[in-house]
Write a protein that binds this ligand. Structure first.
Ligand SMILES: NC(=O)C1=CN([C@@H]2O[C@H](COP(=O)(O)OP(=O)(O)OC[C@H]3O[C@@H](n4cnc5c(N)ncnc54)[C@H](OP(=O)(O)O)[C@@H]3O)[C@@H](O)[C@H]2O)C=CC1
Ligand SMILES: O=C(O)CCCC(=O)O
Length: 511
């Protein structure tokens, strides 16, 4: 039987005769957990209306824990998309003319609704993405924090007065909304990745059209439902699903779209750069990572172990800022590995809805295969498997520890995106900085050390957009999140995040 888990794109179904009501009824029979969930919508939200694809085609969405079909998301047509852009352009013109205070109040309302509906949203996230319910709740609050932050920042978009070079001139710089924006988001944080693009866009006075990953469209529809309830005017926040290639080309090449923000793989990011050349579209790209996690011999081992567990196993390792390569000083290597193994043994793998589950399933079969290849490569090249190392059932992959690993192994070159902790010994700070920087990627790095001069050196020399020092968790709405090198450019969060959706205009005024 063709398993839609392997490739959601291959699971397209042409179902023009199936009415929405029938689709909802058959879906709810399959998945009692979402029955009655007021935010469970199966339609795109475009120009303030809920709609199917005009050709009636849909994509099946699969629960990665059970392989059951959760529901179907529409495939919108190119015509629908270009009409959405025209409508958004009109809506955006009025929106940017509103006061920042007005935009802020609507975003604040959206924030409050997201928090008030956190359980319904988290249920949808766990069902379509697989992460444990407690993590899904944490993600909803994380997503909400961006909406709240940009509701506040909306009111602080300041311009500048420049001391003029001639007495008769006045020089000022104003900031204006870039226009209609687009976003392409991944499945690993289906709520947060949308919130941290849409909230600054709306705060800045832009409209946005979001294409979520096909594995997790229902969280996006749920956010749209709450935006509608919050009173965000039609055409400003849109969610479209369907053919990624067609939508991606339109986002890059339709001149209505002035800005595209993407989170996902480096390969797709590079394609979007190429595609948007003709339109010179402004881009923000948050791409793959390959985070080094460094533990010096002067670190507090217990803290480093706890930090590694947080960094490595969040979302079963399916996070671009997850520790991907772990470097532990040889002097503490054995002790560190022992303490880490003892704690990892307590992590439970299971359905995210069950109690006391720390790791849910991986997103699809391709993800399981990539993880397995990285494990097999390490073992074949002389590393030692301490625990895990094979899927237990379906997409469930256990926490895996590999010791005696080396820098040349595949996991150290490529993002694993799974719950595999492979630990490499190093001898001195020079060597480990070289190892850490020996990658095309530059998103996040982590260091554990109690030596101030070591910390300063790591801070200065690690070639990354973000460095966690004596912590395994760096993400927050108040700080600029983003990478350098092949991990992309642009920042999300902090005061910097809203700048991505603004353009500067310099006014040179004579008497
Ligand atoms: N930085 C991060 O947070 C993430 C990194 N990754 C990395 O990427 C690897 C592969 O994951 P995957 O989900 O396939 O990531 P992709 O980069 O393929 O997908 C991310 C998003 O981009 C869309 N997309 C894919 N191709 C195009 C295109 N030509 N034009 C426009 N949009 C497109 C996808 O939609 P569709 O699926 O319909 O093609 C999805 O919405 C992971 O193993 C991980 O290493 C993945 C996800 C997030
Ligand atoms: O790109 C990702 O993997 C999501 C980032 C998660 C975070 O904000 O910590």
């Amino acid at each position: 039987m063709n398993s839609p888990i392997n490739s959601p794109k291959n699971s397209s179904t042409k179902s023009p005769k199936k009415s929405l009501k029938n689709r909802e009824e058959s879906t709810l029979k399959l998945l009692p957990k979402l029955a009655g969930n007021p935010l469970f919508k199966l339609q795109c939200y475009i120009s303030g209306k809920w709609c199917d694809g005009e050709g009636g085609e849909t994509d099946a969405v699969i629960n990665p824990a059970t392989s059951e079909v959760i529901g179907y998301s529409p495939k919108i047509s190119e015509t629908q998309l270009s009409q959405a852009m025209i409508f958004s352009q009109q809506a955006q013109t009025s929106w940017q003319a509103q006061t920042a205070k007005h935009r802020s109040a609507l975003l604040q309302k959206w924030y409050e609704l997201i928090v008030a509906n956190q359980e319904s949203l988290a249920q949808i996230i766990t069902t379509e993405q697989g992460k444990p319910l407690a993590e899904a709740i944490a993600e909803v609050n994380y997503a909400a924090s961006y909406v709240q932050w940009y509701a506040e920042q909306a009111k602080r978009v300041y311009g500048e007065v420049i001391p003029a070079h001639q007495a008769q001139l006045q020089l000022t710089v104003v900031k204006q909304a870039v226009g209609v924006c687009a976003a392409i988001t991944p499945w690993n944080f289906p709520a947060a990745m949308i919130a941290r693009k849409a909230a600054p866009a709306l705060a800045a006075g832009c409209a946005i059209i979001v294409k979520p990953a096909p594995a997790t469209p229902f969280t996006a529809f749920a956010l749209a439902s709450l935006a509608e309830q919050a009173g965000i005017p039609a055409g400003l926040f849109n969610v479209v699903t369907g053919d990624a290639v067609m939508i991606g080309e339109q986002f890059c090449q339709n001149p209505i779209i002035k800005k595209l923000s993407f989170t996902g793989s480096t390969a797709v990011g590079q394609q979007l750069i190429r595609q948007s050349a003709s339109n010179v579209t402004k881009l923000s790209l948050e791409l793959g990572g390959n985070a080094p996690f460094i533990v010096m011999d002067d670190a507090i081992i217990e803290d480093a172990v706890d930090g590694l567990i947080q960094s490595k196993f969040r979302n079963s390792g399916q996070t671009c800022v997850c520790a991907n390569r772990i470097y532990v000083h040889r002097a503490i290597y054995a002790e560190f590995c022992q303490q880490f193994t003892n704690k990892v043994a307590k992590l439970n793998l299971g359905n995210g809805f069950d109690n006391d589950v720390h790791l849910g399933p991986l997103i699809n079969q391709a993800a399981v295969e990539k993880v397995q290849q990285h494990v097999d490569d390490a073992i074949a090249n002389g590393a030692t498997l301490v625990c895990g190392g094979k899927a237990t059932k379906g997409l469930f992959y256990p926490a895996t520890i590999i010791t005696n690993a080396s820098h040349g192994m595949r996991f150290a070159r490529e993002e694993t995106f799974g719950p595999v902790a492979a630990i490499i010994a190093f001898d001195d700070i020079e060597q480990v900085i070289n190892y850490a920087n020996d990658t095309p990627f530059g998103l996040a790095a982590y260091v554990y050390s109690q030596n101030v001069s070591h910390i300063h050196r790591f801070g200065a020399e690690l070639a990354y957009g973000m460095v966690g020092i004596n912590t395994g968790l760096i993400s927050t709405e108040v700080a600029p999140f983003g990478g350098i090198k092949a991990s992309g450019y642009g920042r999300e969060g902090g005061k910097e995040g809203i700048e991505e959706y603004l353009v500067q205009k310099y006014l040179c005024q004579g008497r």
